[in-house]
Design a protein around this ligand. Structure first.
Ligand code: HEM
Length: 488
């Protein structure tokens, strides 16, 4: 009886302590005296998100709509983690650009011992990120991109050739764009042969995410110490070792043929003034797949999906491509690429409406006094900039759910406030590869649209559904369209 009492009492005290600890954690914004959304026990303000029932973008849109205009920033909780959500674009600029030195950290989980490839720019913070960032910016320069452009165009031309005489009712567009982006990353990042079979590369890039679950990712973010202690792994081990070994093999090959012309980012990394170690280079090459592949695939698929439903816009884009090619002897040239103004606007409008990264995160590293407020953002506070909600704010983009590339003509762009278009984030920790990604998207769109017309078919899901089990904004399932060849 006595033992039973002891067990019962211990159990009750543990539950009580647990309850008090959670209540205390969820009282953080109240104690700081900040306007905040009332949290639900355990879930905070993200009920349904961690369980994969609704996409995080929906939660961010709801919060933004409820508080925009009432307060420049509010408190909310991602489960137990307190976050500041910023609704005011001046404050966004202050955090991302003007005072970016106070917000240099993102706070993502990495595990350098167990998973060395997590030592990439996206996942690193602090002095390790700073050193690597300094060494990497010289790789992503406009002049290097210009030098690699002819290789990008050659890859896109091959993808176009493979499509050949398509006239099919149900084409898996997601596969089509994945083939192009895999070819680009395999050849231009890892320096693989243009003609090599990329099947294993493609399989490994898919396998990478086999272990991913929102639950585990959240727990690793909330309890990084425990995650490291138990050696939590973000990515599939076989896939990681494949990319690691591939990088080492390719680097070795390149060093043997020292004088070959510039073909890949691996070459740029290994020829940099202050070169990285092979392991560091492997982690950066890995980031191309990690940070780039899914967003690039999603953007091109969403873009064709939108154009398939607006035949006039599709014809206008194709007509521009046709005219520019004619002016440049039927070839896509670097100068021609600059003239593809409307095609670029189509890509930008896709990035606005279906922003693959629906939010940007920062962690405060140095106390920051908010202008015109008594509130001080404390060291360690986490911040979310809700990109998706800014991109769909009707006071910035009229009828925001309409796909309308004219929003990105020069005059319209000028009329909008700074920080109203953030598909690549901004400032010190903005996407290093934004120029490369835009180039890859425009060149890919030219290859896909020049000789082929797209339309919705019986297998097209309208309206589009997003994958609620992912933090990125990706289609829930593969996108299908009918495709036919257009003779020019
Ligand atoms: C459509 C394609 C892409 C989109 C929409 C995109 C978007 C983003 C965003 C929103 C961030 C966070 C920015 C911030 O916190 O302010 C980011 C960071 C980053 N992206 Fe991209 N990205 C794309 C493609 C790529 C590609 C192809 C690469 C290849 C290297 C890449 C490399 C990186 C890296 C290394 C970072 C971390 C930079 C740092 O923290 O220093 N991204 N990207």
């Amino acid at each position: 009886m006595y033992i039973m009492h002891r067990i019962l009492l211990t159990g009750l005290s543990t539950c009580l302590l647990f309850y008090i600890a959670i209540k205390y954690t969820l009282g953080y914004w109240k104690r700081r005296g900040l306007l905040h959304e009332k949290p639900k026990f355990l879930w905070g303000n993200l009920k349904g998100v961690i369980q994969g029932k609704r996409h995080v973008q929906e939660a961010l849109l709801d919060l933004y709509k409820a508080y925009k205009g009432r307060a420049p920033f509010i408190g909310f909780y991602a489960c137990l983690k307190p976050f500041l959500l910023v609704t005011d674009l001046d404050l966004v600029r202050n955090i991302l650009v003007t005072n970016s030195g106070n917000f240099t950290t993102r706070g993502m989980y990495n595990n350098l011992k167990g998973e060395p490839l997590t030592g990439n720019l996206l996942q690193l913070d602090g002095h390790k990120w700073r050193a690597l960032h300094g060494q990497t910016v010289e790789v992503f320069t406009s002049s290097n991109l210009q030098k690699l452009l002819s290789r990008l165009i050659a890859i896109s031309y091959r993808s176009q050739q493979k499509m050949g005489q398509f006239k099919l009712k149900n084409v898996n567009i997601s596969h089509l764009v994945d083939n192009y982006n895999i070819d680009v990353i395999a050849c231009m990042t890892f320096g693989m042969d243009l003609a090599a079979d990329k099947e294993e590369f493609r399989q490994m890039s898919q396998r990478l995410w086999h272990n991913f679950s929102l639950w585990r990712a959240y727990l690793a973010l909330e309890f990084p110490f425990l995650a490291s202690l138990f050696q939590y792994k973000n990515y599939d081990e076989k896939a990681v070792s494949y990319f690691y070994n591939l990088t080492l093999r390719q680097l070795e090959e390149q060093r043997r043929r020292d004088r070959q012309p510039l073909q890949s980012f691996l070459q740029l990394y290994s020829r940099a003034e202050s070169p990285l170690s092979d392991k560091e280079i492997a982690a950066q090459a890995f980031a191309f797949i990690l940070a780039g592949l899914n967003p690039l695939n999603a953007t091109l698929s969403f873009c064709l999906y939108e154009l398939a439903q607006q035949a006039e816009l599709q014809e206008r884009t194709r007509a521009e491509i046709e005219a520019v090619m004619k002016r440049h002897n039927g070839q896509l040239t670097p100068d021609g690429l600059k003239e593809l103004q409307f095609t670029k606007q189509v890509v930008q409008e896709t990035l606005r409406l279906h922003s693959p990264y629906p939010f940007v995160v920062r962690r405060c590293t140095k106390e920051f006094e908010v202008d015109n407020s008594v509130f001080v953002i404390a060291r360690g506070n986490n911040i979310i900039i809700p990109t998706v909600a800014i991109h769909r704010d009707p006071s910035i983009y009229e009828k925001p759910l309409r796909f309308d590339p004219s929003r990105f003509d020069a005059a319209a762009q000028k009329s909008r406030p700074a920080m109203s278009f953030l598909p690549f984030g901004a400032g010190l920790r903005g996407c290093l590869a934004s120029q490369l990604a835009e180039q890859q998207l425009v060149v890919g769109l030219v290859a896909l649209l020049q000789h082929h017309r797209y339309a919705a078919c019986a297998n097209t899901t309208i309206p589009l559904k997003y994958d609620t089990k992912n933090l990125l904004l990706l289609p829930k399932s593969d996108i299908y369209l009918s495709v036919e060849r257009v003779e020019s």
